[in-house]
Design a binder for this molecule. Sequence first.
Ligand code: ADP
Ligand code: MG
Length: 233
Amino acid sequence: MTVQEIIGRARSEGRGLLTEVEAKELLKKADISVVDTRLAASRDEAISVSEKLGFPVVLKIASSDVVHKSDAGGVKLNLETAEQVGQAYDDIMAAIKKAYPQAKIQGVSVQKMARPGVEVIIGMSKDAQFGPVLMFGLGGVLVEILKDVSFRIVPLVKRDAAEMIRDIKGYPLLEGYRGSEPVDVANLENMILKVSDFVEKNPEVKELDLNPIFAYKDGAIAVDARVVLEDAA
Ligand code: ADP
Ligand code: MG
């Protein structure tokens, strides 16, 4: 499906929030690196997709009504066997039915467990005055509690991307801190530029979050993606 088809289908179904699978599909088309992620509509399908992808895998609730998947018990990491996948599927469905009794559920997303990296975030929101603005920060508590983030207005040029990464207080963590390996900052700069490009070309996108991205010494990959659409005109 094309970007327009994915957006069109969500709108025709009255969904302003794309599923993780759809969001990652859009980003992949923009050449942004994301963990290969499939939708499974049933317990059996979750198991067969896991076997195809290869263990260990991650299962997540796939529903446009669930924004914060892990808060609701909708994320199960590091599943190593078919039995564990089946159990995780049952646990996720039970947790979501409890937390969101009204939620329309498409199934679960199935993806490979990514190797650990330094967690970073790229986000986009729209400012009334400046239009689309990109945010960069380090993942987890550094963003949530310390608000250690930087912003630049879309469209960004290479220099903006380089500066916004170096602007955050946590930048030394990316350079390699006390023996930890430095991450591939050039790759993150490129990813920021690709997101800027994507946002510029797709004004129907109202909000975007790649949270988290795992940054490595050789590249980076988004393991979660959230896309919110503008109201259809
Ligand atoms: P949400 O943000 O909706 O709660 P996420 O998809 O971000 O759900 O998953 C929660 C956490 O699980 C992530 O912050 C990340 O640390 C971990 N995680 C998610 N997907 C993967 C994956 N494919 N491989 C490894 N860890 C993952
Ligand atoms: Mg997330």
